[in-house]
Design a binder for this molecule. Sequence first.
Ligand code: 5AD
Length: 347
Amino acid sequence: MNNRELIDKLNKEKSLLFSEWEQLLGTFNEDDAKYSSQIARTISVDKFGKKIFFRGIVEFTNYCKNDCYYCGIRCSNKNAVRYRLSKEDILICCEEGYKYGYRTFVLQGGEDNHYTDDMMVDIISEIHKRFPDCAITLSIGEKERKSYQKFFDAGATRYLLRHETANEEHYRKLHPEKLSLKHRMNCLKDLKEIGYQTGCGCMVGTPFQEVKHLCEDMMYMSEFKPEMIGIGPFIPHKDTPFRDYPCGSVEMTLFLLSLCRIMLPDVLLPATTALGTARGDGRKLGVLCGANVIMPNLSPIAVRKNYMLYDNKAISGEDAGENLKVLQDHMSDIGYEIVIDRGDYKK
Ligand code: 5AD
């Protein structure tokens, strides 16, 4: 089969064999990318219209106990200026966002044990109480199943936890000994079983990544069937062991986004900040490849520069309202609009 036929097969059967993934990801050209983006866009326009959901990310702590080799907030980065937001700070961010139409709040942070389960439950319950029409998404890493359950019971209904890479050996090269892919995938399984709309995902072009690893990512996602997928290019951070490695490929990222849309037509698929950082028009291109979510920053402007997962992260100095105007303009450039909606997963 040629690559177009493989893309058609994926569209029809929603899965490919490993050898087919290897061919497709290993040999695709510009025409193949164009072909898949057209199919992906047709699917997303058919499912969602030319409408983009927006989620406000509140980066509430950049303390992290982990030491992932790629990440700018890894615990051994002594140059990172650390901060934590209080419950009140977080609520102010939500309040501000709500005024402008945000209906999903994503609480994201490093793995920071300062925030006990009880504190998280308190924060989640309060947001849930004050903004009952909003969805609460968590992105706070690997936890015990019983903690995930408590957060769910308190009102969080979505969880983002990228698997980062589905290949064991590759996982080892990106993370210190004490982190394991098995544990991470177990967390993902727990989250889904509890009832969260669950997001996994990977970086493109991390050091030591081979095409076969990305094939494993695609196969893992076709089996796990996440409700959300986060994919962005790797971007080096100057204070990490991976400082001298190159950025991941924008073309490969866009191709994978379109293939994700084709494989999982209902999936909530953000055009990520990393994609927008690697290329100025990256997020627009992402939308044109089937992405239907954008996640602007709702963190207090003063701390944004400290949540640096990678160099040159596209941080806007704008408040929640300004942020949205810019986003609206970018989307209308390509004939899309942003909508005020929780944007839950719908089968
Ligand atoms: N480049 C791109 N993405 C990164 N992330 C962390 N560090 C980097 C980097 N250097 C991503 C990881 C993580 C998400 C919050 O940010 O995939 O899951």
